[in-house]
Design a protein around this ligand. Structure first.
Ligand code: NAD
Length: 415
């Protein structure tokens, strides 16, 4: 399979949207590149007494619409280009959801699976000591990402508050509830995805109670499987896969029981009443809705022709390759692109920031109602733009996002 440099893919998407919008060269150049990049080293004391020097990044892609917002990954394969691409996608994701935020991303090159809890804490604190003048509630707000979690945010927030000598919970999002996190945040990504599926079914006349499947039955996929029935008022979960295998039952599986089975056994395999199938087949079933919720490039030129879902909701980041995208569009599959489909997480992070700023915390129904409203509006903005121009919804989403960010840059007099 062809491999992609994700930063080049991200830049090509911006260029395509800019062309349709007739943006001038300076605006395009501004949007193609991050506004600020930080590459730095972190000397971290290991439990054995030795010091390891870790490489770290923070890329702040765009600030025109508000403080930058984006996760921090701890991953051995992290590169500056991956972080640049992800930072840009955060700009487009916050813009497509019409949040008053920009986009950023960060990373530390390390292998958390081989590090102790204390080593991870020292790494998190070292990251903030190196970067603190450049982050903050009104500047750039990190969140958890691959191999980081609410505990990482708690350490980072504590380090930041210690240095600045102020209570500033809004410096990080997705914190534990006890430290200023928001109700509803944990399931917000999946919930946002299901809300846009609900709107897509309405807009395209698809029966939401049809069959659906989840590729990647992890934390996001499990929540989507459960919320699908709750929010759409039905639907049969006929297949689910994870890295160890896949299960199928044409009569439908109870998503809560399947999640409990996976929590007990570590895998979807062997779930009562189901039959094992090849994980690749999950992507090729005749479905109303397919949720790819695992890794990048799951749908590629090798299998795109065989995808038969009517709606494809990209809960994962980048599950469809650019070539496969064209195939799906030609087949009339309604793709809900990742920057829209999984924007519920950052939409809830924004609500967390608002609550932190006001020192006033809402109950879960209040958060979920706001989230539903944001995602519903975002879906219709993208659907409207794609229908009007007869373009792929991914380009439609980029069109909406790039237009909003370009307008903010122009109003500021930057270009
Ligand atoms: P996770 O690790 O909990 O789940 C991923 C699941 O995918 C695991 O169950 C794993 O076994 C499975 N998987 C891996 N390879 C597979 C394969 N080849 N076939 C089938 N299944 C496979 O991760 P998550 O937090 O649920 O995130 C999933 C995706 O959603 C990622 O792309 C992530 O970037 C994206 N995402 C997550 C959030 C969030 O808030 N959790 C927000 C935005 C985007």
């Amino acid at each position: 399979m062809q491999s992609y440099n994700s930063f080049e893919v991200a830049q090509a998407q911006v260029t395509a949207a800019a062309k349709l919008l007739n943006l001038d060269r300076a605006t395009l150049d501004l949007l193609l590149w991050p506004q600020r990049e930080f590459a730095f080293t972190l000397p971290v004391r290991m439990d054995g007494g030795e010091t390891r020097v870790l490489h770290a990044f923070r890329v702040q892609h765009n600030f025109a619409r508000g403080p930058a917002k984006g996760g921090i990954r701890f991953h051995p394969d992290e590169t500056l280009d991956t972080i640049r691409a992800l930072a840009g996608w955060m700009t487009w994701k916050t813009a497509v959801a019409n949040l008053p935020l920009g986009g950023s991303k960060g990373g530390v090159v390390c292998d958390p699976r081989k590090m102790s809890e204390r080593e991870l804490e020292r790494t998190a604190r070292a990251y903030v000591r190196a970067l603190w003048p450049h982050i903050g509630a009104d500047r750039d707000v990190p969140a958890p990402d691959v191999y980081t979690n609410p505990q990482t945010m708690a350490w980072m927030m504590d380090e930041y508050e210690t240095i600045t000598n102020r209570h500033q919970p809004g410096v990080m999002s997705n914190k534990p509830l006890a430290l200023g996190g928001s109700e509803g945040r944990r399931s917000a990504t999946a919930r946002g995805g299901v809300v846009v599926v609900r709107e897509a079914c309405r807009a395209c006349g698809i029966d939401p109670r049809g069959d659906y499947a989840v590729q990647g039955f992890g934390s996001n996929g499990q929540r989507a499987a459960i919320l699908h029935q709750e929010i759409l008022g039905g639907g049969r979960l006929v297949a689910a896969s994870d890295s160890s295998g896949a299960v199928y039952n044409r009569e439908g599986m109870n998503p809560i029981e399947l999640r409990n089975h996976k929590l007990r056994t570590g895998s979807v395999k062997g779930f009562g009443g189901s039959e094992p199938i090849d994980p690749a087949e999950v992507l090729e079933l005749d479905l109303a809705v397919l949720y790819p919720a695992a890794l990048e490039n799951a749908i590629n030129v090798g299998n795109a022709e065989r995808v038969r879902a009517r709606v494809l909701c990209e809960l994962a980041n980048g599950p469809t390759t650019p070539q496969a995208d064209q195939v799906l569009f030609a087949k009339g599959i309604h793709v809900i692109p990742d920057i829209l489909a999984n924007a519920g997480g950052v939409a809830a992070s924004h609500l967390e920031m608002v609550q932190n700023r006001n020192g006033d915390y809402w109950d879960e129904p209040a958060v979920l109602a706001r989230l539903d409203d944001t995602m519903t509006r975002a879906y219709h903005a993208v659907h409207g733009a794609s229908e009007e121009r007869g373009i792929h919804p991914r380009l439609g989403a980029m069109l909406v996002a790039v237009a909003r960010v370009a307008q903010a840059c122009k109003l500021r007099g930057w270009v």
